[in-house]
Design a protein around this ligand. Structure first.
Ligand code: SAM
Length: 243
């Protein structure tokens, strides 16, 4: 049976389309009335990553990512800011270095900007734990090239970067980036080789909305925690091995 609109002129179709569009625009207040926005969505519940409510969401995922790659945390290990994961997950650690750009960090053993880190010895580390830092480095290509250079052959880089995250109050002046899985595949694959680079996203709408709202991991229903929805990626992990 022929469609009733089959013989309409192009100008008739355009007219019908524009009438439909106008009706939809006119109905918008009705949609807002039928599905009002909960006021809780309009302000964050916590501006401190939910610290006061429980475990910050990103930290829970980072802990699990590093736990699942803990066999890589061995030998000479480099970490940013502190030796949190070197100490808690490392085995047979022969050297624990801590890098920071921040000279007031008295735990640091190396002061360097990762983008210009020529003062860090080449091929020194078996593992570089680079969590929650690359968003603060403007020249990502250079930072990743340095991360590759300081690793020994077969050395492993373990990275976490945010996709959806509020800014850190103290680091807002250097907060340059949020990431996508595709961007990370290119950034790290170009330096380490795509065969030596694994990129995985985590999160979904509930987890990303929770990140922005300042929910704690304990606020997220358990069945949502391991569900990944790439449309609403919350954060990304990269494991890259120097060959
Ligand atoms: C949010 S902390 C993350 C540290 C830790 N690895 C973690 O997982 O919590 C970010 C750290 O990166 C440092 N940082 C910022 N920009 C940097 C740069 N260009 N080079 C090296 N470190 C930098 C900051 O001083 C800070 O210690």
């Amino acid at each position: 049976m022929p469609s009733p609109t089959k013989n309409l002129l192009v100008s008739d179709r355009t007219l019908i389309k524009s009438i439909k569009g106008t009706l939809l625009v006119m109905a918008r207040p009705l949609f807002r009335f039928l599905k009002p926005v909960p006021t809780a969505l309009l302000e964050p519940i916590s501006r401190r990553w939910g610290f006061e409510r429980g475990t910050p969401i990103s930290r829970w995922y980072i802990d699990r990512f590093l736990e699942s790659n803990k066999k890589d945390i061995t030998g000479n290990v480099l970490e940013i800011k502190n030796a949190r994961y070197t100490n808690s997950l490392g085995t047979n650690v022969t050297l624990s270095d801590i890098l920071d750009i921040d000279k007031s960090n008295t735990s640091a053993t190396i002061y360097a900007d990762l983008a210009t880190a020529d003062n860090v010895e080449s091929e020194k580390y078996d593992c570089f734990i680079l969590t929650e830092t690359l968003q603060f480095v403007y020249d990502l290509d250079s930072a990743i090239a340095h991360a590759h250079r300081v690793l020994k052959p077969n050395g492993v880089l373990l990275v976490s970067v945010p996709c959806v995250s509020p800014s850190d109050d103290e680091l807002m002046s250097v907060d340059h980036w949020r990431f996508t899985t595709l961007g990370c595949e290119k950034l790290f694959g170009n330096v380490f080789g795509s065969n030596n680079t694994q990129v995985v996203g985590y999160g979904n709408y509930a987890v990303s909305a929770g990140m922005l709202s300042g929910l704690a991991i304990e606020d997220i229903p358990e069945e949502k925690l391991d569900m990944y929805d790439g449309k609403y990626t919350t954060g990304i992990f990269i494991r890259a091995q120097r060959k």
